[in-house]
Design a protein around this ligand. Structure first.
Ligand SMILES: *Cc1c(COP(=O)(O)O)cnc(C)c1O
Length: 372
């Protein structure tokens, strides 16, 4: 049997006619960058997330960069985030000449440990970027309380978390601004790069919209040095179609997560394989289904031989990356991030996955540990 980590073709088959029809419409219109298609998608996404405003941009990485720019983060400033994330979270901070200040994660949720934030704050700290890793929100009430006391901005890296919620409110409205990615492998993926910002603050929304077009509100008049980071009409049209299916796909992912729980329990594997827990009050959308396992790399190779796709998100924490050696961290600086990097393995969870395929994944993991 063959079980890929993600099967985008399976999803495309179910919406092919709808997608091709809007793509043809955009081609007939010959309007490609921003414009009414993007405005409609922004409106629909704001409504979906529950935010007053949504601003499309070129990628999730740019959404992070634009939000830091809008808050005036500059050389010499510090921004707090986690070492266990995709590179873009830390990279956006460094691109502005600011310093990423790392805080370790919690063992259970893989998200920032609010109890360690306060001691990382200095007079230069401007913002904190919690990452809703794998599709589950960080502990936002605790983070917001600390941020408010120290007058810090809160930027949600919700690039893996569209549709995720905490106490009934969605990722993207839990801080000052939410950053989303529509990279093809995300829960809501386009046919190329794309990103979006959400906020309730009208002034901030206007600033973000200005910064994404080279700092211009009136054409050829520039009030700030911005960047070129626009969402295009083809992406917006495709994403708008896919947004209508997102809740159904999320339910598919959540059903598959429940199946894994049942299958791993039946196979008596719960003492080997640590399944991803959901913190109280959280609605997990399983952008990734990430377990912790012993002998991770051997297991991954074995699964590959048996036709089962898996991936390590992420094998090297930010503080140990070559480009961050000047920050002066070493092995042992953030033990829970380092341990996660050694133990995590993401398994197939996409909505179209069948029960037979999942049973096969669990069976093969069982076979590996019986041999080992
Ligand atoms: C994907 C991702 C990003 C970056 O998004 P792009 O659209 O690929 O630039 C940022 N942060 C996290 C946590 C992500 O998973």
């Amino acid at each position: 049997m063959n079980v890929p980590l993600l099967d985008l073709k399976a999803q495309y088959h179910t919406i092919k006619a709808e997608v091709l029809s809007v793509m043809e419409a955009v081609c007939d219109e010959q309007g490609f960058v921003l414009g009414p298609r993007v405005a409609e998608f922004e409106k629909a996404t704001a409504q979906y997330v529950g935010s007053r405003h949504a601003i499309g941009c070129a990628s999730g990485s740019d959404a992070l960069l634009l939000s830091l720019m809008a808050f005036g983060v500059k050389a010499g400033d510090e921004v707090i985030t986690v070492p266990f994330t995709f590179f873009a979270t830390a990279g956006a901070i460094s691109r502005l000449g600011a310093k990423p200040v790392f805080v370790d994660i919690r063992r259970d949720t893989f998200n920032i440990d609010p109890g360690q934030i306060e001691r990382a704050i200095t007079p230069r700290t401007k913002a904190v970027i919690p990452v809703h890793l794998f599709g589950q929100c960080a502990d936002m009430p605790a983070i917001n309380e600390i941020a408010k006391r120290h007058k810090l901005r809160v930027i949600e890296d919700a690039c893996q978390a569209i549709g995720a919620a905490q106490q009934g409110r969605q990722a993207g409205v839990l801080g000052d601004v939410g950053c989303f990615s529509f990279f093809p492998t995300k829960n809501l993926g386009g046919f190329g790069d794309g990103g979006l910002l959400t906020t309730d603050d009208q002034t901030l929304a206007d600033t973000l919209a200005m910064l994404r077009v080279h700092g211009s509100r009136v054409r050829y008049l520039h009030e700030a040095v911005g960047i070129n980071s626009r969402l295009d009409a083809l992406q917006a049209a495709v994403l708008h179609v896919k947004l209508q299916h997102l809740d159904r796909w999320t339910e598919g992912r959540r059903r598959n997560a429940e199946r894994y729980l049942r299958l791993f329990a039946q196979a008596n594997l719960l003492d080997r394989v640590t399944l991803p827990p959901t913190a109280p009050g959280n609605f997990h959308v399983y952008n990734q289904y990430t377990v912790r396992v012993p002998q991770r790399d051997e297991l991954r190779n074995f699964l590959k031989e048996k036709g089962v796709g898996s991936e390590v998100y992420y094998p090297l924490p930010m503080h140990l990356q070559n480009c961050y050696q000047d920050l002066g961290h070493r092995k042992g600086s953030f033990p829970l991030s380092e341990r996660a990097a050694e133990e995590v393995l993401s398994l197939p969870i996409y909505p179209e996955l069948t029960e037979e395929q999942q049973a096969y994944v669990v069976q093969m993991i069982g076979e590996f540990y019986r041999r080992a």
